[in-house]
Design a binder for this molecule. Structure first.
Ligand code: URA
Length: 221
């Protein structure tokens, strides 16, 4: 955020911004050096989607494609997520998508040709947390969905188990309805097409619960 002129003092001192919005936060996040991942990634990949979204999805970190494009969930995992959203009648444009970590962490493959995703460390997740907290505070979603263990443990505690607590509604200050499910990339890694199909169906089933809870809160209002 660029320093603005203090209206009271005759000198130019930085003052806190009076109006915080997603655009400002995104601009500030673009310069983040709170951990070393900015040196690895092409750019900060901030969240994207409807600023008035009722549903917010939080993934782990941008992948190769996201890093180059500067948008979350535009690679293969994002395409799978898009298909699942369509299955339950949700338009990608109506939701907000972001990640726990906003830089791509990677290592080169053995031939030095491809960038291989590397799981972020706890300290890197913590360093990025203020951006995620700002997004949650500004979007104020009705439903927050953690995609995979990294997002779930970042937001719901280190001991959270997606295997044990998948698709359960979790009491949290973050949003009225909070749940965790698998990360779409885990479905892409399924051992064969049959198990990929079954895992996709289970993922869609979890997203139906999201739609149902929104529908019932609309009816109750
Ligand atoms: N995986 C994530 O967790 N987030 C993305 O944006 C892409 C892949």
């Amino acid at each position: 955020m660029s320093p603005r002129k203090n209206p009271v003092l005759p000198v130019s001192l930085p003052v806190p911004p009076t109006k915080i919005n997603l655009k400002e936060v995104r601009k500030a996040a673009a310069c983040c050096k709170a951990c070393d991942l900015w040196k690895l990634g092409t750019q900060t990949v901030f969240g994207d989607g409807n600023p008035h979204a009722k549903i917010m999805f939080v993934g782990e970190q941008p992948g190769d494609r996201e890093d180059l494009q500067g948008q979350p969930f535009v690679g293969p995992a994002g395409q799978l997520l898009d298909r699942a959203l369509q299955e339950v009648g949700l338009d990608r444009k109506s939701v907000y998508l972001t990640n726990a970590v906003k830089h791509f962490k990677w290592v080169p493959d053995s031939r030095g040709k491809r960038r291989i995703h590397k799981k972020p460390r706890y300290s890197e997740i913590q360093a990025c947390r203020p951006w995620l907290d700002a997004e949650v505070a500004l979007i104020r979603p009705q439903v927050l969905v953690c995609l995979g263990a990294t997002a779930a443990q970042a937001l719901l505690g280190k001991t959270f188990s997606v295997t044990r607590q998948r698709a359960q509604w979790i009491t949290s200050q973050l949003a009225p309805n909070v749940m965790a499910t698998v990360h779409p990339s885990s479905i892409l890694r399924a051992k064969d097409s049959e198990s990929r199909r079954a895992q996709f169906e289970m993922f869609v089933r979890d997203l139906r619960r999201v739609v149902m809870v929104l529908d019932s809160s609309k009816k109750a209002a």
